[in-house]
Design a binder for this molecule. Structure first.
Ligand code: ADP
Ligand code: MG
Length: 250
């Protein structure tokens, strides 16, 4: 579903990604770990083309991100085509970024109605189902300010699912939450994984990674230091840098 090869990204004179290779198979969960500033968010932003990589290639479901090949040459896609491709990728951020003036249901309906032209009644029914899936059927008419952080993040997940993504990207989805609210969000994510969603999850929740991830990737200084099944990377890391990081977060 995702194949990244030699991805480079620099900001000014700073090399943030220095040749990242990463593969996520359909239906698998990849947990991306690494210290602050290692390039995790930048990598996710390159995958859904919020950022343009300076080198290397990324493809999602067989389609190169941001360009197409024609007669062996590389042609950059226009902004409209990039935006269309981005619709297939759901993203959930640390900060939930819900529309404060809209109810939970309206937040979930917004993109299907505005972007895809789905009829409002149909979008509303679908939103009800998605809110039920994240355990918030009773909160459809609540505004974000009336919801806890964990509930808001679950609405944000339902909102991303409303566009029927084939890939979900999570960037530290529980880092801004009070500790007692982390579990309910991780439970929803675990359910998505069980339903076969392909996901890349940036997280410091090692327990979640150990339990849910198919592959764990440890990024440091813009390169993949170590990757493999969680039983290897988290339980018996081979690299000193991975060991040092795990000792800090565990
Ligand atoms: P992580 O998510 O692993 O904490 P980031 O991908 O956010 O790391 O950032 C990696 C590095 O890139 C950091 O040094 C950060 O300061 C730098 N960086 C990220 N975004 C920008 C930007 N838009 N402009 C300049 N530097 C950036
Ligand atoms: Mg980050």
């Amino acid at each position: 579903m995702v194949v990244a090869e030699g991805v480079h990204k620099r900001y000014g004179s700073v090399d943030v990604l220095r040749g990242v290779d990463l593969t996520v198979r359909r239906g698998e969960v990849c947990c991306l770990l690494g210290p602050s500033g290692s390039g995790k968010s930048t990598f996710l932003r390159c995958v859904n083309r919020l950022e343009k990589a300076d080198g290397g290639t990324i493809s999602v479901d067989g389609e190169p991100v941001g360009f197409r090949r024609h007669q062996g040459r590389r042609h950059e896609l226009r902004e409209k085509a990039v935006a269309a491709a981005r619709r297939d990728i759901g993203m959930v951020f640390q900060r939930f970024n819900l529309f404060p003036h809209l109810t939970a249901a309206e937040n979930v309906m917004e993109a299907p109605v505005r972007v895809k032209g789905v009829a409002k009644d149909e979008a509303r029914q679908r939103a009800a189902k998605l809110l039920d899936r994240v355990g918030l059927a009773a909160k459809a008419d609540s505004r974000p300010a009336q919801l806890s952080g964990g509930q808001q993040q679950r609405v944000a997940i339902a909102r991303a699912l409303a566009m029927d993504p084939k890939l979900m990207l999570f960037d530290e989805p529980t880092s801004a939450l009070d500790p007692e609210l982390v579990g309910e969000v991780l439970d929803v994510m675990r359910g998505l994984a069980e339903d076969g969603m392909t996901m890349i999850v940036v997280t410091h929740e090692i327990g979640f990674a150990r339990e849910v991830a198919d592959t764990t990737v440890f990024l440091d200084g813009g390169v993949v230091v170590e990757s493999g099944p969680p039983a290897e990377v988290l339980t018996a890391p081979r690299q000193e840098r991975t060991r040092a990081f795990l000792a800090k977060v565990l």
